[in-house]
Design a protein around this ligand. Structure first.
Ligand SMILES: Cc1cc2nc3c(=O)[nH]c(=O)nc-3n(C[C@H](O)[C@H](O)[C@H](O)COP(=O)(O)O)c2cc1C
Length: 363
């Protein structure tokens, strides 16, 4: 077992997990301390890490009653395709450190729920292996490398394998100041490697800056010319950047602060979403991530203009405690909460959510 877990993951009954926050303490028990810290920590003093969640708590929902909510519709449409729910698994590196089957277990769990999984460049299982297991769309998160040929080949490889989208992470010119992660001394466990980032994966789990120079706007046009599937830009936090990205032809925007792992004291993503939604004005879909833990959080993100949301840490903790079953349970719990919440606010479809459900009323 390369994840060197402290207790058998299969010994844990998943019935005890009733909500996403339940997975973290259990994962802390089973994971080696540095791996737990790698997942849990944020940048700097973790002000944004806390705020990503607290900002959802500050939003108040203003429900309506007596509407017909006997059946609720959680499906969303993305580029003409129907997704069973607005929930997507965010890209996260090094899952082989969290569970012996790594991303393979995540793909299976996502497939059972029928939701997309965004595979990190720093996956520990090659994309061709993951595609064989996939029962739902796979997208690929791209960190570019200085050698443009490597990036070109990688895009070709993952698209040929069957990935339906390329999500370029724009918010990581360098890794953040992750003091807590450094203190814990996170290293990739022996036997765990990153097949798509062979030269830059690094045993420390960090990217080698000599191989990854910061992306610039000019590079987006180059990437646009290469990507034949859908091109997403992840890490957009300013309406002007969203506008510029759309003018360069990206197909979708991901409002993300990288789970508060890069720059500390940024605002929470849910607080930035309305201004970006307003500027995007329906030209492309907008996805938001960071701090989503409850069905009410998903509802609030959709109320504020997101087409879909991504979750990160919760499914990684679920992966650590239960592998494929854990991931499936995590998604199921969140989706089920969303269906309850929809009924309770008096809205039968996720497609019809807007800020009329927010208290106090706008304007
Ligand atoms: C352990 C871990 C590894 C991550 N690795 C990547 C990555 O390789 N590429 C990327 O674009 N984002 C990465 N992220 C950020 C996530 O894609 C996502 O933006 C974030 O986790 C969402 O916030 P949440 O964890 O509060 O749900 C990572 C996040 C975590 C927790």
């Amino acid at each position: 077992m390369n994840a060197a877990t402290k207790q058998s993951q299969s010994a844990i009954s998943l019935d005890q997990f009733l909500a996403l926050p339940d997975f973290e303490p259990a994962a802390k028990q089973v994971l080696p301390h540095p791996v737990y810290e790698y997942i849990a920590s944020g940048a700097g003093n973790e002000i944004t890490l806390t705020d990503n969640e607290r900002a959802y708590d500050r939003i108040r929902i203003w429900p309506r009653v007596l509407n017909d909510v006997r059946s609720v519709d959680t499906t969303v449409s993305l580029f003409g395709k129907t997704l069973v729910s607005p929930i997507i698994l965010a890209p996260a590196a090094y899952q082989g450190a969290m569970h012996p089957l790594g991303e393979r277990a995540t793909v299976r769990g996502a497939g059972r729920a029928g939701i997309p999984f965004v595979v990190s460049t720093n996956t520990t299982v090659a994309i061709e292996e993951l595609i064989k297991e996939a029962r739902a769309p796979l997208w690929f998160q791209l960190y570019t490398q200085n050698d443009r040929k490597i990036t070109e080949n990688l895009i070709g490889r993952v698209e040929t394998a069957g990935c339906e989208g390329i999500c370029v992470t724009a918010d990581t010119p360098v890794l953040g100041v992750r003091t807590r992660q450094l203190r814990a001394g996170f290293q990739l466990p022996p036997g765990v490697s990153t097949p798509h980032n062979v030269r830059g994966g690094g045993a420390s789990g960090n990217m080698d800056p000599s191989l990854h120079s910061p992306l610039q706007w000019e590079d987006i046009a180059w990437l646009r010319s290469l990507v034949r599937t859908k091109l997403w830009l992840k890490g957009i936090l300013h309406p002007d950047d969203a506008d510029r990205a759309i003018n360069l032809g990206v197909d979708g925007i991901m409002v993300s602060n990288h789970g508060a792992r890069n720059l500390d004291t940024m605002p929470a993503t849910i607080d930035l979403l309305p201004a970006i939604h307003e500027r995007v004005a329906g030209r492309v879909p907008v996805i938001v991530d960071g701090g989503i833990r409850r069905g009410t959080d998903v509802l609030k993100a959709l109320m504020r203009g997101a087409t879909a949301v991504m979750i990160g840490r919760p499914y990684l903790y679920a992966l650590a405690v239960g592998g494929e079953d854990g991931v499936a349970r995590c998604i199921d719990l969140l989706t089920r909460e969303l269906t309850y919440v929809l009924r309770l606010v008096g809205q039968a479809s996720v497609k019809k959510l807007d800020r009329s459900l927010e208290w106090p009323p706008l304007g």
